[in-house]
Ligand binder design. Structure first.
Ligand code: AMP
Ligand code: MG
Length: 403
């Protein structure tokens, strides 16, 4: 049975979640953690910010002193970032303060230096401020002991920064899921080899490896399998120790499309064989023993798109990150579009801003084999089966090329 895109994605989520992936945990220095999935809940070890923090250069003062303007306040000291002012700022007084410095006791606001004039020991203040203006209150971002990042968070630049801010010099993360990659096809030759005129370089294996790495997995190349059952079987068996097996090619209806047959002989259970999408319709998902596998169609664009749609979310689950479905954004169509395929279609396109709105236009491409087309794209235009006729200016879904 051929599933819809949404049904197939739900099957991937259900099947992998049901297997209860429990990826091993390791402790890494923070600098090695980008891209990993957090394996512990992290709490704030102090208030954030740890003190009432000035966010402008200017004068710390009492807002109530500025009822009549200009006001003349006595400057009683200075507090740069990295120092503290220990006395209290009294009525009629101010303290010169820099961005990042703690607000002295007694003061309740900062007036920007641009709105003041220095007159010897006195400062003329030309604008009033609301209480706590230009100040971020102690603990307003997070208070001591609260959870600032839950287990399962993917650690990217901002999360790494937050971990650093709460003193996590080392952090417990999940191990990368190991992903075995097996391209198939008698016509497929290694990139280093000079192809005969009827041969094709193995672009899928490196593309998939790059996608696996970007998705937080560790790719392992199994080589290139010929379209022969015995060879395929032997090479597939080498990948059975991984956390996920990705095959490319050999899942269509051709005489030499042998992947499903061999997987069946190895005792595989198939969760779906075919999805109503274009490109990528012959996509296969299943399990052999404890190992999940995808049989990705060999056409390079099909391989790329089916990875982004289904393998990436599967990898997130296998890596301990929870379910991360592809995100679609919206843009306006530049040119009208008609289709009557009954499929969810993903076409290489470019999105850019025009008169304040995102707009999207297809890049010229020759179908699901066209890597040149996909390289020129920065997104995929997503057309749903019920969108039979679309006019220029209609809002449509776009999927960023890499999530
Ligand atoms: P298949 O899915 O095996 O029918 O292959 C579909 C198309 O993708 C064919 O034109 C293949 O030559 C091409 N193809 C298959 N595997 C690869 C690969 N590893 N790298 C580049 N192109 C491939
Ligand atoms: Mg083939």
């Amino acid at each position: 049975m051929v599933l819809t895109y949404e049904q197939a994605l739900a099957v991937v989520q259900e099947r992998i979640s049901a297997a209860n992936p429990n990826p091993p945990i390791e402790t890494l220095p923070l600098g090695q953690a980008p891209g990993r999935v957090l394996a512990e809940d992290v709490t704030a070890d102090r208030d954030l910010p740890p003190f009432h923090r000035a966010i402008r250069d200017g004068y710390a003062l009492r807002a109530a002193d500025l009822t009549t303007l200009p006001a003349l306040l006595r400057c009683v000291g200075e507090v740069p970032a990295g120092r503290s002012f220990e006395a209290e700022v009294g009525p009629g007084q101010c303290v010169s303060i820099m961005t990042g410095a703690p607000l002295p006791a007694g003061a309740d606001a900062v007036v920007m230096v641009e709105h003041t004039r220095s007159m010897g020991d006195d400062i003329e203040i030309q604008r009033s401020v609301r209480p706590w203006e230009n100040v971020v209150l102690k603990g307003s971002e997070a208070t001591l002991g609260t959870r600032i990042l839950p287990r399962g968070s993917r650690l990217q630049a901002a999360e790494i920064g937050l971990l650093a801010a709460v003193g996590k010099a080392t952090v417990a993360v999940h191990r990368h899921p190991r992903v075995a990659i097996l391209p198939t096809g008698d016509e497929v030759v290694p990139v280093e080899q000079r192809p005969l005129w009827f041969q094709i370089r193995n672009s899928n294996a490196v593309t998939l490896a790059a996608q696996v790495t970007a998705a937080g997995g560790a790719p392992a190349q199994l080589g290139i399998a010929a379209d022969r059952k015995d060879v395929l079987r032997e090479m597939i068996e080498r990948g059975l120790k991984s956390d996920l097996l990705l095959l490319s090619g050999g899942v269509s209806m051709g005489k030499f499309d042998l992947v499903e047959e061999v997987m069946a002989e190895l005792g595989a259970e198939f969760f779906f064989q075919g999805v109503a999408i274009r490109p990528g319709k012959p996509l296969v998902f299943g399990r052999v023993g404890d190992l999940h596998f995808f049989g990705l169609p060999g056409n390079p664009v099909s391989t790329f798109v089916t990875f982004e749609l289904f393998v990436r979310p599967a990898l997130a689950l296998l890596g301990g990150a929870g379910f991360e479905p592809p995100v679609f954004l919206r843009a306006r169509l530049v040119k009208p579009w008609r289709q009557k395929t009954g499929l969810t279609t993903f076409m290489p396109a470019r999105v850019w801003a025009q008169n304040g709105d995102p707009v999207v236009e297809l890049v010229g491409w020759q179908g699901s084999g066209d890597l040149v087309g996909i390289a020129a794209a920065n997104c995929f235009l997503v057309i749903h089966p019920d969108q039979i006729e679309l006019a220029a200016g209609d809002w449509v879904d776009v999927m960023p090329k890499e999530q």
